[in-house]
Design a protein around this ligand. Structure first.
Ligand code: NAG
Ligand code: NAG
Ligand code: NAG
Ligand code: NAG
Ligand code: NAG
Ligand code: NAG
Length: 623
């Protein structure tokens, strides 16, 4: 019978068998047990009536004990005295416990680290969490020469001042105390052994320089403190650190080089802080970083060269921040990035090449942003993401899907467009995604005209019905009907309520200082109110000088035509760019072509024609 099944039975049979199992159960604790000992030897082991015995464990927890049960049996290796009312431990009651290795005294009423007498020297684990200890006095700990794990969480320790004694500690937990200040070098005596240090839920407001000289440390936790600023070189001396957690501190400023020296760190968690910017400066030196968690901050800017040192990054979480734009340099250099979470920001602007170079990206989460025209108008905003499997666009402001919206996403398996009030989808918008397995779509805003005829059949052919809940808003006759309940003949083009561009703005070149205008018109059969906007280089012109008017189209009866004129006065070189009009009504937006404006110096003022060559011109091509 294997050891685990013996133990399982022991639990069923209760105390009677505990002595017999004393040795078998130990086989899992470091190979100290010797299976096959004559059971007679073990059977002599007594078990105090107030406690439970299981393997080498004497479990006296939750018995409301105010004193140790005596005598404690000498065989005990693991002693659980947690959740009692002990305020004092009589060292002499333990002196015969030669096998004792682990002692749990958590959730008692101890006011100091107890003196356990000579057995202290053999103890490897001591849990004192949930007591009333106010300070760590070196003389109380120095006997614990074998101690590897010390848990002092949930006590009342407020200062870390007199250096921690030299022990062999690997795991030190000081969570949920009242630590406000730490003396530099406090942990130095643990430099050779300490692997994990937890200081969560304290009141630390600053980390002094040279605080941590712990070259073996792998995990450091400082969540829920009050660290507002992190100076450069703060974590120097932690060359082996793999993960650092600093969530919920209210960090507002990370100085340049804040994490310098953490050149082996793989995971950095900074969620729930008040950071506003991602810069190369504070990421400096994080050469091995694989996961960066920055959810729930106030980040509104990613500087162009931010990722220069973090080329190993594979997961980046920026959810719940204040990003409004993703520029073409926002993710530059992250060629190993696998997962990018930007959900719940305010993203409305995505540059043509924002995702350029993310050649390993598998998941892109953009849910609950303000994305509209990136999908509606741009060609191939996602081109280059040829490994992408999941694209989440749930909860944006996308109203129409054009044929080219998802160009380049050849590996896509999962596309979530739910919770967008989508009105139109051009035929074959998804046809190049040969691997698509799930398409999530729910809209009750569809314009069910002849252009949508393809959709119900295509959804059915691909077995996507269970993810698609789509009903018509227009024409009146079909309002509220599911697209699957409309026969193919029902999708007709009697009218065209969505604006259609009839006059495109034209490319121009102008003399510096002159005035000019762009003209753009659209027609619609609907009388729903029309709105007009102009964009320059894909960005909305907020205080553009516009003239808009409506007129009945000459031929075509009831159809209204709408014209918008953009006036540019005294143009500068800075006025150069691509201008585009956007005409929208309740049924969607139409985007004109992008008309280019070039500005020249009048030839007369210079001896020969010239280019203002200081201005670099890029031909934007995403790879
Ligand atoms: C410590 O453990 C060793 C080995 O089990 C044992 O011989 C020794 O007596 C123990 N020391 C004390 C003080 O119990
Ligand atoms: C913790 O210690 C402070 C003094 O340092 C004391 O005022 C407070 O009552 C103590 N709290 C508990 C829960 O013991
Ligand atoms: C961030 O700062 C604002 C005001 O500056 C404050 O109200 C908010 O509580 C801070 N957030 C955190 C997580 O500290
Ligand atoms: C679409 O689905 C989302 C959840 O995926 C839901 O919250 C939303 O209410 C749905 N909208 C409509 C119009 O059905
Ligand atoms: C589809 O969405 C409508 C609301 O928009 C909802 O009432 C209905 O239950 C949904 N149907 C399915 C199958 O989810
Ligand atoms: C451009 O417009 C401004 C403002 O309306 C006007 O004062 C100026 O004379 C115009 N310039 C030219 C060259 O027409």
């Amino acid at each position: 019978m294997s050891a685990p099944s013996l133990r399982a039975r022991a639990a069923g049979l209760g105390l009677l068998l505990c002595a017999v199992l004393g040795r078998a159960g130990r086989s899992d604790s470091g190979g100290r047990g010797e299976l096959g000992q004559p059971s007679g030897v073990a059977a002599e082991r007594p078990c105090p009536t107030t406690c439970r015995c299981l393997g080498d464990l004497l479990d006296c927890s939750r018995k409301r004990l105010a004193r140790l049960p005596e005598p404690l049996p000498s065989w005990v290796a693991r002693l659980d005295l947690s959740h009692n009312r002990l305020s004092f431990i009589k060292a002499s009651s333990m002196s015969h416990l030669q096998s004792l290795r682990e002692v749990k005294l958590n959730n008692n009423e101890l006011e100091t680290i107890p003196n356990l007498g000579p057995v202290s020297a053999n103890i490897t684990l001591l849990s004192l969490a949930g007591n009333r200890i106010v300070e760590i006095l070196p003389e109380h700990l120095k006997e614990f020469q074998s101690l590897e794990t010390l848990d002092l969480s949930s006590n009342n320790i407020s200062e870390l001042q007199t250096a921690f004694p030299a022990l062999q500690l690997k795991y030190l937990y000081l969570n949920s105390n009242r630590v406000t200040s730490m003396e530099p070098g406090y942990f130095d005596n643990l430099a050779n052994t300490l692997l994990v240090l937890k200081l969560n839920r304290n009141r630390i407001s600053a980390i002094p320089p040279k605080m941590f000289k712990l070259p073996q440390l792998q995990h450091l936790e400082l969540n829920r403190n009050k660290i507002k600023n992190v100076d450069g070189l703060t974590f120097q001396g932690l060359g082996a650190l793999k993960s650092l957690k600093m969530q919920r501190n209210g960090v507002t400023k990370l100085m340049d080089g804040a994490f310098w020296g953490l050149s082996n760190m793989e995971i950095l968690q900074l969620d729930h802080n008040n950071l506003t910017e991602i810069t190369k400066g504070w990421l400096y030196g994080l050469l091995m970083l694989q996961e960066l968690h920055l959810s729930q901050n106030a980040i509104n800017r990613i500087s162009p060269d931010a990722w220069e040192f973090c080329q190993k990054l594979s997961e980046l979480d920026l959810t719940f921040n204040h990003l409004s734009r993703l520029d073409d340099s926002s993710f530059l250099g992250l060629s190993l990035l696998n997962t990018l979470h930007i959900g719940n920001n305010r993203v409305s602007y995505i540059a043509d090449c924002a995702f350029r170079g993310l050649s390993s990206l598998k998941t892109l989460d953009l849910k609950n942003n303000e994305i509209s025209w990136t999908i509606e108008d741009m060609n191939g905003a996602f081109s280059g993401l040829d490994k992408l499997r999941r694209l989440i666009l749930q909860g944006n402001r996308i109203r129409s899907i054009t044929k080219k919206a998802f160009t380049g996403l050849d590996a896509l398996e999962h596309l979530d467009l739910s919770d967008n009030a989508i009105m139109s989808l051009q035929g074959n918008a998804f046809s190049q995604m040969k691997k698509l397995q799930q398409l999530h779509l729910n809209t009750s805003s569809l314009l069910c005209d002849c252009q949508l005829k393809w959709l119900p059949q295509w959804v059915a052919e691909n077995n996507f019905q269970s993810f698609v809940n789509a009903s018509c808003a227009h024409p009146q006759l079909l309002k509220g009907r599911s697209i699957f309940a409309v026969s193919p003949d029902g999708f007709v083009c009697d009218d065209f309520p969505k604006p259609q561009i009839t006059v495109q703005p034209e490319t121009q070149s102008a003399i510096k200082g002159s005035n000019l205008s762009f003209i753009c018109s659209a027609a619609s059969s609907s009388d729903s109110p029309m709105t007009f906007a102009w964009k320059k280089d894909n960005e909305l012109l907020h205080d553009a000088e516009m003239e808009n008017y409506a007129h009945l189209r000459a031929q075509g009866g009831e159809v209204m035509e709408y014209t918008t004129i953009l006036r540019l006065r005294e143009v500068e070189f800075a006025s150069e760019g691509k201008y585009q009009c956007v005409i929208s009504n309740h049924f969607g937006s139409s985007y004109s072509v992008k008309a280019k404006l070039t500005v020249n110096i009048p030839h007369l003022t210079l001896p020969f024609p010239t280019f203002h060559s200081t201005k670099l011109r890029f031909l934007v091509i995403c790879i």
